[in-house]
Design a binder for this molecule. Structure first.
Ligand SMILES: [Mn+2]
Length: 418
C-alpha cells in the first residue's frame, strides 16, 4: 500500500505581521512533519503553495528549508501553479525551486492538432500517474480545459491523479458566486483522485465518472475571510490518501497551530456611542487569551459615524486581554447618518459598482448615455480597459496606443463601428 499527501492553498507569505506570519509557517512546518511521520510516498501541492510568484524571501527560505527536509527523507514534492504563484513567463519562485530539483512541476502540455495534450508523469516509486493543469489569474485556465484532449487522458491505464487549481461550478460555495469556475464535465473522466485547489473551504465530493473530487481548503489561511472561517470552526489541514491500484482511504489530517475566538456584533438600532460602549463591554468579557480574536461588526447604526467604533480601541482592548492578534471585519457596518462615500463590498467589482452608482447622481451631464445605470456601467467598462497592464514584449508606445484605442472604442468615439 502506498500513500500520498494532498495539499493546496498554503499561501506562504500571505500573512503580514509577526504573529500570523509565524503561525502560517508553523502550520506548513507541522504539516510537512506529519508527512514525514506518516511516511507518505510523495506530496502533491495543488497550487498556491506561495501567496505570490515572488514571495517575501525570509518566509520563502523558511518554507524551503522545511521542504528540503522532506525531500531528503526521500519524499518527492510535486506541484502545479496556483492563481497566486503563477507567472506567465516562468519566473515564479515555483520555477526557481523546480530548477533546483527541490520540487517538480507536474504540468506539461503540447499542442497536438489544436488540442492540449498533457504529459502524464509517473511517480517512479508508486507508479502513480500524475497530470496537472495549473491555475492562472482570473480563471484564465478555463481556456486550457476547453481545448484539453480528455480522451487521450481517459485512455491512460493505471492509478491516476488529476491535479488542478480551479473552482468547480457544481461545488462552488455561495460566497464565491462571482468566482470563475469550470463545470465538472471539462475534467477528464475516470481518474482515481482529483486533487483540487483554489477554493479555501474544504470539500470532499464525487460525481458520476469523477469519484473523488477533493479540495483540502487553505492550510492556514491567506485572507482574513479564511481566518474568519477558521474562527467559526472550519478545520484546516491536508489529506493523506492511501492507495494501491485503487484509492483505499482518504483521510483528512487536521493541522491546528492556534486557537481562535470569534465574536460577531450587530449594531442595529443603536447609535455609534451606544454601540461602541456595548461592544467594548462585551469584548472585555470574551476569552481571548492566547488566541487569535476575530471580530465581525455589522448592521446599520441609527446615528453617528461608523468611525466612532474605532478598530484600534478594539484591538488594544483584546491585546491587553492577551489576544495573540486581532482581526476586525467591518465590511457590513453602515450608518443612517453617514452620507459620505463608503467602500462596502467584498470584492473590487462590487465596490466599484456601488461607488459609481452612488456617485453618478452628483455629476452633472447632459448626455443620456452618461447618466444613472448606463453611465455607471460605462465608467466601469472604462476602468476595466484602463486597468490593463502592459503585455510581455509590448513596447510602451504600442501599449499606450492600444489602451487609447480601446478606451475610445469603449466610449463610442473610436474608429470601430464608424
Ligand atoms: Mn488560493
Amino acid at each position: 500500500m502506498f500513500k500520498f499527501a494532498h495539499f493546496a492553498d498554503c499561501h506562504i507569505g500571505a500573512n503580514r505581521g509577526p504573529v500570523l506570519e509565524k503561525l502560517e509557517l508553523a502550520a506548513f512546518s507541522k504539516a510537512m512533519d506529519v508527512c514525514m511521520q506518516e511516511n507518505v510516498d510523495f506530496v502533491l501541492i495543488a497550487g498556491d503553495l506561495f501567496h505570490a510568484n515572488l514571495p517575501d524571501m525570509y518566509v520563502a527560505n523558511e518554507a524551503v528549508k522545511k521542504m528540503k527536509e522532506v525531500k531528503d527523507a526521500g519524499i518527492p514534492i510535486y506541484v502545479i501553479y496556483g492563481s497566486h504563484d503563477y507567472s506567465p513567463n516562468g519566473t515564479s519562485i515555483i520555477d526557481i525551486l523546480a530548477s533546483t530539483g527541490l520540487i517538480k512541476k507536474v504540468v506539461k502540455g503540447e499542442d497536438v492538432g489544436g488540442k492540449l495534450r498533457l504529459e502524464v508523469f509517473t511517480d517512479p516509486k508508486t507508479k502513480a500517474k500524475l497530470v496537472g493543469i495549473s491555475g492562472r489569474k482570473a480563471g484564465l485556465e478555463r481556456n486550457y480545459f476547453e481545448i484539453l484532449d480528455r480522451e487521450f487522458l481517459e485512455k491512460e491505464e493505471g492509478f491516476k491523479i488529476f491535479a488542478f487549481h480551479s473552482a468547480i461550478s457544481e461545488l462552488k460555495p455561495e460566497f464565491l458566486a462571482q468566482m470563475e469556475s469550470i463545470p465538472v464535465s471539462l475534467l477528464p473522466k475516470g481518474f482515481d483522485y482529483y486533487a483540487s485547489g483554489h477554493v479555501h473551504r474544504r470539500t470532499e465530493s464525487g460525481f458520476a465518472g469523477y469519484e473523488r473530487v477533493v479540495f483540502p481548503g487553505a492550510l492556514f489561511g491567506g485572507y482574513s475571510r479564511d481566518l474568519e472561517d477558521s474562527a467559526k470552526g472550519e478545520k484546516r489541514g491536508f489529506y493523506v490518501v492511501s492507495f494501491d491500484d485503487k484509492v483505499e482511504e482518504v483521510k483528512f489530517m487536521e493541522v491546528s497551530v492556534c486557537d481562535f475566538e470569534y465574536f460577531e456584533y450587530d449594531v442595529s438600532d443603536k447609535n455609534s456611542v451606544q454601540a461602541k460602549k456595548d461592544l467594548l463591554d462585551k469584548l472585555s468579557k470574551i476569552k481571548a487569551e492566547s488566541k487569535i480574536a476575530v471580530v465581525k461588526i455589522k448592521g446599520e447604526l441609527s446615528g453617528g459615524k461608523t468611525s466612532d467604533i474605532s478598530s484600534s480601541e478594539i484591538r488594544d482592548l483584546l491585546k491587553e486581554n492577551g489576544a495573540l492578534d486581532v482581526i476586525i471585519n467591518r465590511y457590513g457596518l453602515t450608518s443612517k447618518d453617514y452620507a459620505s462615500v463608503r467602500a462596502i463590498g467584498e470584492d473590487v467589482p462590487a465596490i466599484e459598482n456601488r461607488l459609481l452608482r452612488e456617485n453618478i447622481g452628483a455629476v452633472k451631464v447632459s448626455i443620456e448615455e452618461l447618466k444613472a445605470d448606463k453611465g455607471a456601467k460605462l465608467a466601469q467598462d472604462l476602468l476595466k480597459v484602463l486597468r490593463q497592464e502592459q503585455k510581455l514584449n509590448e513596447t510602451k508606445k504600442d501599449y499606450v496606443e492600444r489602451i487609447q484605442k480601446h478606451a475610445l472604442n469603449t466610449l463610442g468615439l473610436g474608429d470601430e463601428g464608424k
